[in-house]
Design a protein around this ligand. Structure first.
Ligand code: ZN
Length: 243
Protein backbone atom coordinates (compact mmCIF):
# COMPACT_ATOMS: atom_id res chain seq x y z
CA UNK A 1 0.00 0.00 0.00
CA UNK A 2 1.14 3.54 -0.75
CA UNK A 3 0.42 5.67 2.33
CA UNK A 4 -0.64 9.16 1.23
CA UNK A 5 -1.03 12.20 3.48
CA UNK A 6 -3.17 14.90 1.84
CA UNK A 7 -2.34 18.21 3.50
CA UNK A 8 -4.66 21.17 3.02
CA UNK A 9 -4.67 24.68 4.38
CA UNK A 10 -8.49 24.38 4.72
CA UNK A 11 -9.22 28.08 5.24
CA UNK A 12 -11.04 29.18 2.06
CA UNK A 13 -13.54 26.35 2.38
CA UNK A 14 -14.55 27.64 5.83
CA UNK A 15 -14.51 31.37 5.14
CA UNK A 16 -15.79 31.79 1.58
CA UNK A 17 -19.33 30.76 0.58
CA UNK A 18 -18.17 30.52 -3.02
CA UNK A 19 -15.45 28.00 -2.17
CA UNK A 20 -17.65 26.13 0.32
CA UNK A 21 -20.16 25.59 -2.48
CA UNK A 22 -17.53 23.81 -4.59
CA UNK A 23 -15.72 21.88 -1.82
CA UNK A 24 -18.07 21.67 1.19
CA UNK A 25 -15.88 19.05 2.89
CA UNK A 26 -12.62 20.76 1.93
CA UNK A 27 -10.21 20.16 -0.94
CA UNK A 28 -8.34 17.53 1.12
CA UNK A 29 -11.45 15.39 1.45
CA UNK A 30 -12.31 15.79 -2.25
CA UNK A 31 -8.85 14.44 -3.11
CA UNK A 32 -8.93 11.76 -0.40
CA UNK A 33 -12.28 10.54 -1.74
CA UNK A 34 -11.04 9.61 -5.20
CA UNK A 35 -7.60 8.47 -4.04
CA UNK A 36 -9.14 6.27 -1.35
CA UNK A 37 -10.98 4.23 -3.99
CA UNK A 38 -7.66 2.91 -5.32
CA UNK A 39 -6.75 -0.55 -4.04
CA UNK A 40 -3.07 0.26 -3.64
CA UNK A 41 -3.50 3.65 -1.94
CA UNK A 42 -4.24 4.39 1.72
CA UNK A 43 -5.14 8.03 2.51
CA UNK A 44 -5.01 10.25 5.56
CA UNK A 45 -5.49 14.00 5.72
CA UNK A 46 -3.99 16.84 7.75
CA UNK A 47 -4.79 20.56 7.94
CA UNK A 48 -3.09 23.79 8.92
CA UNK A 49 -5.20 24.39 12.02
CA UNK A 50 -4.47 20.97 13.54
CA UNK A 51 -1.83 20.76 16.25
CA UNK A 52 1.60 21.22 14.61
CA UNK A 53 -0.27 21.44 11.24
CA UNK A 54 -1.01 17.73 11.60
CA UNK A 55 2.64 16.96 10.83
CA UNK A 56 5.27 15.35 13.04
CA UNK A 57 8.38 13.36 12.19
CA UNK A 58 6.57 10.21 13.30
CA UNK A 59 3.64 10.93 10.94
CA UNK A 60 6.00 11.60 8.04
CA UNK A 61 7.91 8.38 8.81
CA UNK A 62 4.62 6.59 8.13
CA UNK A 63 3.91 8.58 4.96
CA UNK A 64 5.10 7.48 1.52
CA UNK A 65 3.70 10.46 -0.39
CA UNK A 66 2.66 13.88 0.86
CA UNK A 67 0.30 16.02 -1.20
CA UNK A 68 0.18 19.76 -0.45
CA UNK A 69 -2.46 22.42 -1.14
CA UNK A 70 -2.17 25.90 0.35
CA UNK A 71 -2.88 29.43 -0.81
CA UNK A 72 -3.61 32.24 1.63
CA UNK A 73 -1.71 31.14 4.72
CA UNK A 74 1.66 29.76 3.59
CA UNK A 75 3.31 32.03 6.17
CA UNK A 76 1.44 30.35 9.04
CA UNK A 77 3.18 27.04 8.43
CA UNK A 78 6.04 27.07 10.98
CA UNK A 79 9.52 26.86 9.49
CA UNK A 80 10.13 23.73 11.60
CA UNK A 81 7.17 21.95 9.97
CA UNK A 82 8.36 22.93 6.49
CA UNK A 83 11.83 21.64 7.37
CA UNK A 84 10.39 18.29 8.49
CA UNK A 85 8.67 17.91 5.10
CA UNK A 86 11.78 19.01 3.18
CA UNK A 87 14.00 16.58 5.09
CA UNK A 88 11.56 13.69 4.62
CA UNK A 89 11.60 14.34 0.86
CA UNK A 90 15.40 14.48 0.82
CA UNK A 91 15.41 11.06 2.52
CA UNK A 92 13.03 9.65 -0.11
CA UNK A 93 9.39 10.53 0.71
CA UNK A 94 7.45 11.45 -2.45
CA UNK A 95 5.74 14.84 -2.74
CA UNK A 96 3.01 16.25 -4.98
CA UNK A 97 2.53 20.03 -4.82
CA UNK A 98 -0.79 21.23 -6.18
CA UNK A 99 -1.69 24.60 -7.72
CA UNK A 100 -0.88 27.48 -5.32
CA UNK A 101 1.45 25.23 -3.33
CA UNK A 102 4.07 26.67 -5.69
CA UNK A 103 4.50 29.30 -2.95
CA UNK A 104 4.40 26.89 -0.01
CA UNK A 105 7.40 26.80 2.31
CA UNK A 106 8.28 23.13 1.66
CA UNK A 107 8.17 23.58 -2.14
CA UNK A 108 10.28 26.72 -2.06
CA UNK A 109 12.76 25.03 0.30
CA UNK A 110 13.12 22.14 -2.12
CA UNK A 111 13.42 24.37 -5.19
CA UNK A 112 15.67 27.09 -3.75
CA UNK A 113 14.05 29.79 -5.92
CA UNK A 114 11.20 32.27 -5.43
CA UNK A 115 8.73 30.07 -7.39
CA UNK A 116 7.02 33.30 -8.48
CA UNK A 117 4.75 33.36 -11.51
CA UNK A 118 2.21 35.64 -13.19
CA UNK A 119 -1.46 35.10 -12.37
CA UNK A 120 -4.99 36.33 -13.04
CA UNK A 121 -8.44 35.29 -11.84
CA UNK A 122 -10.72 35.94 -14.80
CA UNK A 123 -12.05 32.43 -15.35
CA UNK A 124 -9.95 31.65 -18.41
CA UNK A 125 -10.39 28.22 -19.92
CA UNK A 126 -7.26 26.09 -20.15
CA UNK A 127 -5.97 23.40 -22.48
CA UNK A 128 -3.39 21.15 -20.87
CA UNK A 129 -1.08 19.70 -23.50
CA UNK A 130 0.74 16.44 -22.84
CA UNK A 131 4.40 17.06 -23.63
CA UNK A 132 5.65 13.63 -22.56
CA UNK A 133 3.09 10.93 -23.42
CA UNK A 134 5.57 8.18 -22.48
CA UNK A 135 5.80 9.25 -18.84
CA UNK A 136 3.94 7.22 -16.15
CA UNK A 137 2.25 10.40 -14.84
CA UNK A 138 0.55 11.17 -18.18
CA UNK A 139 -0.53 7.56 -18.75
CA UNK A 140 -4.18 7.40 -19.80
CA UNK A 141 -4.33 11.04 -20.89
CA UNK A 142 -4.99 11.90 -24.53
CA UNK A 143 -3.01 14.49 -26.50
CA UNK A 144 -4.61 17.23 -24.42
CA UNK A 145 -7.55 17.89 -22.12
CA UNK A 146 -9.55 21.00 -21.31
CA UNK A 147 -10.56 22.70 -18.09
CA UNK A 148 -13.57 24.94 -18.48
CA UNK A 149 -12.19 27.45 -15.98
CA UNK A 150 -8.94 27.79 -14.08
CA UNK A 151 -6.97 30.53 -12.44
CA UNK A 152 -4.43 31.70 -15.00
CA UNK A 153 -0.81 30.97 -14.16
CA UNK A 154 1.76 32.29 -16.60
CA UNK A 155 5.46 32.30 -17.30
CA UNK A 156 7.98 33.21 -16.18
CA UNK A 157 7.63 30.56 -13.48
CA UNK A 158 10.73 31.02 -11.36
CA UNK A 159 11.68 27.38 -10.75
CA UNK A 160 14.92 25.55 -11.44
CA UNK A 161 14.96 23.72 -14.78
CA UNK A 162 12.71 20.68 -14.20
CA UNK A 163 13.97 17.15 -14.72
CA UNK A 164 10.95 16.69 -16.99
CA UNK A 165 8.19 18.96 -18.26
CA UNK A 166 5.18 16.68 -18.69
CA UNK A 167 2.37 19.18 -19.33
CA UNK A 168 2.05 22.70 -20.65
CA UNK A 169 -1.08 24.73 -19.91
CA UNK A 170 -2.41 27.17 -22.49
CA UNK A 171 -5.06 29.67 -21.37
CA UNK A 172 -7.74 31.45 -23.37
CA UNK A 173 -6.10 34.72 -22.27
CA UNK A 174 -2.96 33.72 -24.18
CA UNK A 175 -0.51 32.57 -21.48
CA UNK A 176 1.39 29.32 -21.41
CA UNK A 177 2.69 27.66 -18.24
CA UNK A 178 4.77 24.63 -17.27
CA UNK A 179 1.81 22.92 -15.62
CA UNK A 180 3.29 19.53 -14.77
CA UNK A 181 6.96 19.19 -13.86
CA UNK A 182 9.09 16.63 -12.04
CA UNK A 183 12.17 16.93 -9.87
CA UNK A 184 14.40 14.68 -7.82
CA UNK A 185 15.78 16.13 -4.61
CA UNK A 186 18.04 13.86 -2.59
CA UNK A 187 16.33 10.44 -2.66
CA UNK A 188 12.87 11.96 -3.14
CA UNK A 189 10.73 12.47 -6.19
CA UNK A 190 8.57 15.60 -6.60
CA UNK A 191 5.70 16.47 -8.94
CA UNK A 192 4.28 19.97 -9.25
CA UNK A 193 0.82 20.17 -10.90
CA UNK A 194 -0.77 23.55 -11.68
CA UNK A 195 -4.58 22.93 -11.83
CA UNK A 196 -6.68 23.20 -8.66
CA UNK A 197 -7.95 26.71 -7.94
CA UNK A 198 -10.41 26.64 -5.05
CA UNK A 199 -13.41 28.22 -6.80
CA UNK A 200 -13.52 25.68 -9.66
CA UNK A 201 -14.36 21.95 -9.39
CA UNK A 202 -11.00 21.02 -10.95
CA UNK A 203 -10.35 18.10 -8.59
CA UNK A 204 -13.51 16.41 -9.91
CA UNK A 205 -12.23 16.41 -13.52
CA UNK A 206 -11.39 12.80 -14.52
CA UNK A 207 -8.09 13.67 -16.23
CA UNK A 208 -6.94 15.67 -13.19
CA UNK A 209 -7.75 12.71 -10.95
CA UNK A 210 -5.91 10.32 -13.28
CA UNK A 211 -2.79 12.48 -13.24
CA UNK A 212 -2.85 12.79 -9.44
CA UNK A 213 -3.27 9.02 -9.03
CA UNK A 214 -0.44 8.35 -11.51
CA UNK A 215 1.73 10.91 -9.71
CA UNK A 216 1.23 9.23 -6.33
CA UNK A 217 2.49 5.94 -7.79
CA UNK A 218 5.38 7.64 -9.58
CA UNK A 219 6.75 9.59 -6.62
CA UNK A 220 6.24 6.78 -4.07
CA UNK A 221 9.66 5.94 -2.67
CA UNK A 222 11.71 3.06 -4.04
CA UNK A 223 14.49 3.87 -1.55
CA UNK A 224 14.19 5.88 1.64
CA UNK A 225 17.23 6.45 3.79
CA UNK A 226 18.86 9.33 5.58
CA UNK A 227 22.31 9.49 4.06
CA UNK A 228 24.69 11.13 6.49
CA UNK A 229 28.23 12.36 6.08
CA UNK A 230 30.32 9.85 8.08
CA UNK A 231 34.11 9.73 8.36
CA UNK A 232 35.24 6.34 7.06
CA UNK A 233 38.47 4.37 7.12
CA UNK A 234 39.95 2.51 4.15
CA UNK A 235 38.04 -0.30 2.48
CA UNK A 236 40.69 -2.75 3.81
CA UNK A 237 39.99 -1.76 7.41
CA UNK A 238 36.88 -3.94 7.41
CA UNK A 239 35.08 -1.23 9.32
CA UNK A 240 31.30 -1.47 8.88
CA UNK A 241 29.67 1.40 7.00
CA UNK A 242 27.47 3.37 9.37
CA UNK A 243 25.41 6.16 7.77
ZN1 ZN B 1 -5.69 29.66 -7.01
Amino acid sequence: MIRVLVWNEFRHERTSERVKAVYPEGIHNAIAEFLGKEEDIEVRTACLDEENCGITKEILDETDVIMWWGHMAHGEVPDEVAALVRDAVLDGMGAVFLHSAHHSKPFKALMGTSCNLTWRETGDSEILWVIDPAHPITRGIDRYFRLEHEETYGEPFVIPNPDKVLLIGNYSGGEVFRSGVTYERGNGKIFYFQPGHETFPTFRVPEVQTIIKNAVRFVAPAYRENIGCPHVNTVDSGEPYVR
